[in-house]
Design a protein around this ligand. Structure first.
Ligand SMILES: Nc1nc2c(ncn2[C@@H]2O[C@H](COP(=O)(O)OP(=O)(O)O)[C@@H](O)[C@H]2O)c(=O)[nH]1
Ligand SMILES: [Mg+2]
Ligand SMILES: [Zn+2]
Length: 347
């Protein structure tokens, strides 16, 4: 690995890769946020910075003072663009030679990231400085699979943002099915995660979503086809983002291929992201996994062993309460599955 200056060491690589050799994951690494600034930005007020709205190869598009413009990304940053620069980043530009170049990236408040599919120890940024990440799921097409939600929630919380769940396409269900499907998400509501049932088609739940995103920076994540782009269009019809409708001339589907930030005015920014199938469990350990199941903390005090992992120990109060239905069985099962995944060599 090429040697670089000390100040550059912090922004582009996850802690686990620094120094070139693999470190044992420890508590300090867990949830490590790619907050590191790049360039001389210590005294820059984020309100005076431009915001990254999309990223292309070697350049990015910025928004600043009611104006949108292109900006060159320096090669050293472009090289590892997917882990060094993200939509939502606050940046400063340098136009001293007449060309608009990226001069610095401000420290991030929050991030949403996932491991690089080719190198799981490198985190790829999906979005930065997000207040709320809305995990969009759908019913029927594709069907609701609550077990996917737990991994999304962990990834969201680790990056420091708030999580919300939006169940789209509820027009495809009758009243009874609707109540049953939405009830499967009660454990998340109990955790304080807003759950909004919505239908772009029927115009349901859109006002509730609008209230949720008002004045905030929000990213919509989830599998492709659940309706993320359609929801954004419903929130603001001026957006006119291409959705997964079959192209009229039959040339394929319109899908979102990179994150894009949309300015809705009034301090509301929405980020559309490409379909994400799954979040890895980068650097998560059994001990830290428990932190993402806060509902286990209280019953956990009654476990026979105070270092109980709630997996196979006798006298485990968490397991007992999940079996009796006092704790959500689905959440307990999700915990067990995640714990099993953590013990697999490739994750
Ligand atoms: N029935 C129904 N279909 C929807 C709804 N919202 C979106 N769709 C359809 O689902 C497909 C995927 O939508 P899109 O917004 O591109 O999904 P994305 O991949 O998550 O951005 C499109 O054919 C939409 O017309 C909805 O509320 N109800
Ligand atoms: Mg889309
Ligand atoms: Zn236990």
């Amino acid at each position: 690995m090429k040697k670089r200056g000390r100040e550059n060491d912090e922004w582009d690589e996850p802690a686990a890769r620094r120094g070139g050799k693999r470190r044992k994951p420890d508590a300090a690494d867990d949830g490590a946020i790619e907050t590191g600034a790049w360039g001389d930005v210590a005294n820059v007020d984020p309100r005076d910075a431009a915001i990254v709205i999309s990223i292309g190869s070697g350049r990015c598009r910025l928004f600043h003072e009611e104006r949108e413009f292109d900006c060159m990304v320096p090669p050293e940053l472009a090289k590892r663009q997917k882990s060094a620069l993200a939509v939502g980043d606050r940046v400063v530009t340098d136009t001293s030679d007449g060309v608009c170049r990226l001069g610095g990236v401000l420290a991030r408040r929050t991030v949403l990231s996932r491991p690089d599919p080719l190198n799981p120890r490198v985190q790829r940024l999906i979005a930065a400085n997000i207040d709320v990440v809305i995990h969009v799921v759908s019913v029927k097409a594709p069907p609701l699979r609550p077990r996917l939600i737990d991994r999304f929630l962990i990834a969201i919380q680790r990056g420091g943002a708030q999580a919300a769940i939006c169940v789209n396409k509820i027009d495809l269900l009758d009243d009874i099915e609707r109540a049953r499907e939405l009830a499967t998400l009660d454990p998340y509501r109990a955790l304080g995660v807003p759950v909004i049932g919505c239908s772009v088609k029927a115009g349901e739940g859109i006002a509730e979503l609008r209230a949720l995103v008002e004045g905030k920076t929000c990213a919509l994540v989830g599998h492709s086809g659940v309706g993320k782009s359609s929801i954004l269009n419903a929130l603001d019809e001026r957006l006119d983002i291409a959705t997964g409708e079959l192209h009229r001339r039959g040339t394929g589907r319109h899908t979102t291929t990179a994150s894009t930030l949309h300015d809705l005015g009034g301090g509301t920014y929405l980020i559309d992201t490409p379909g994400i199938r799954e979040f890895g469990l980068w650097n998560l350990t059994l001990e830290t996994l428990r932190d993402y199941f806060p509902e286990f903390a209280e019953p956990g005090e009654y476990c026979r062993f105070n270092d109980c992992t709630h997996l196979h120990e006798p006298g485990c109060a968490v397991k007992e309460r999940a079996e009796s239905g006092e704790l959500s069985r689905a959440r307990y099962d999700a915990y067990v599955r995640l714990a099993e995944d953590l013990s697999q060599p490739s994750r």
